[in-house]
Ligand binder design. Sequence first.
Ligand code: HEM
Ligand SMILES: *[C@@H]1O[C@H](CO)[C@@H](O)[C@H](O)[C@H]1NC(C)=O
Ligand SMILES: *[C@@H]1O[C@H](CO)[C@@H](O)[C@H](O)[C@H]1NC(C)=O
Ligand SMILES: *[C@@H]1O[C@H](CO)[C@@H](O)[C@H](O)[C@H]1NC(C)=O
Ligand SMILES: *[C@@H]1O[C@H](CO)[C@@H](O)[C@H](O)[C@H]1NC(C)=O
Length: 320
Amino acid sequence: MMMVKKSALFFLVFLVYSVFPNVMGDLSVGFYNSTCPQAESIIRQVVQTRMKSNPFTTAGLLRMHFHDCFVRGCDASILIDSTKNKPSEKTTGPNLSFHVLIIITVATRDAVSLSGGPNYVVPTGRRDGLLSNPNDVNLPGPSSSIQGALQAFTAKGLTLNEMVTLLGAHTVGVSHCAFFQDRLFDFEATGLPDPPMDAGLLAKMQGLCGNVSRPLNSDPTAFLDQNTSFAFDNQFYNQILLKKGVLQINQELVSDSSTNGVVSGFASNGMRFIQSFADAMVRMGSIDVLVGNAGEIRKNCRVFNGVTGRKGKKNPRGGF
Ligand code: HEM
Ligand SMILES: *[C@@H]1O[C@H](CO)[C@@H](O)[C@H](O)[C@H]1NC(C)=O
Ligand SMILES: *[C@@H]1O[C@H](CO)[C@@H](O)[C@H](O)[C@H]1NC(C)=O
Ligand SMILES: *[C@@H]1O[C@H](CO)[C@@H](O)[C@H](O)[C@H]1NC(C)=O
Ligand SMILES: *[C@@H]1O[C@H](CO)[C@@H](O)[C@H](O)[C@H]1NC(C)=O
């Protein structure tokens, strides 16, 4: 359905089963302070372990969270649609979505914070449905104009500032050549590369991605932040000021006068970016959130039986 790293999806399925091994079969898991006080610490631990073996975890989770929230509202449908063993009809409703949504949101927050980003507070209590407009909005593409991309964000209730802030997520992760190949040789039929690309970056990407006379049979990837590729920091903004944006839309944040000022502000003040990112993620995470009624979640968190006090030990019910 959408282009999201498969590994991130598999990780999420793994994480859901780790924290709620019986979630698919029996929707009796609660997610409240009183009933599941260890839930967040367990999620954090699983994410931490995963990040040691896969440094792309943060990027995968962030992108998946973005796509989930923009396509139908944050409802974890991105995961449910992609699950191989299709959940039974009973489990595809808001009940399961709600638990999975919380896990995606919390896991993303933890991965961001463990990569050096903010450790913001994710609201995990039940929320009212927020928006009435269920129309699926097409995700903006890497060649969208700032105005075009902004339409998708404002349709979700987010501002221009928040869009510039959230694009700062491109401080981690990679892009396939296919998403910026058009910038490298014959940009918009000019016969020339996209002008605002640093010469060194251009040569590097031309070498990486191939060209008409040197086609590649694979689609390699390049780091979105060419300086501190795994750190969640404000280097993304410094890099695009140096014309080292890999995606066209990233570079346009600098050339567009409506966004240029925010970019400079974040580039010179890392703390301001970190704080703004935390706020914007909370806002993004509450797009069209679906929740059920009060009767849905029982006061029983038995999934943690056997886990409490045994940090890092294998959950006998199949977790970790
Ligand atoms: C105008 C909006 C956006 C556009 C056009 C866009 C476009 C893209 C593209 C083309 C890629 C490369 C994908 C690939 O090669 O597989 C990418 C990667 C990524 N995007 Fe965005 N993006 C946008 C907004 C966001 C937002 C709001 C977030 C998160 C808050 C985000 C997080 C990421 C991350 C972390 C990656 C790297 C994924 C990985 O390494 O697996 N993006 N984006
Ligand atoms: C859960 O605990 C956190 C931290 O102790 C607190 O800030 C939050 O308000 C609590 N939430 C609920 C719903 O009790
Ligand atoms: C959610 O769970 C409650 C109680 O466990 C159940 O009555 C309800 O039908 C479920 N809703 C969906 C959509 O599965
Ligand atoms: C394509 O790439 C090859 C090898 O990097 C290079 O020799 C050649 O000049 C390039 N062709 C074009 C049209 O840029
Ligand atoms: C790369 O990032 C580091 C750490 O933020 C910074 O000190 C340095 O100036 C950056 N280098 C380049 C070439 O942008």
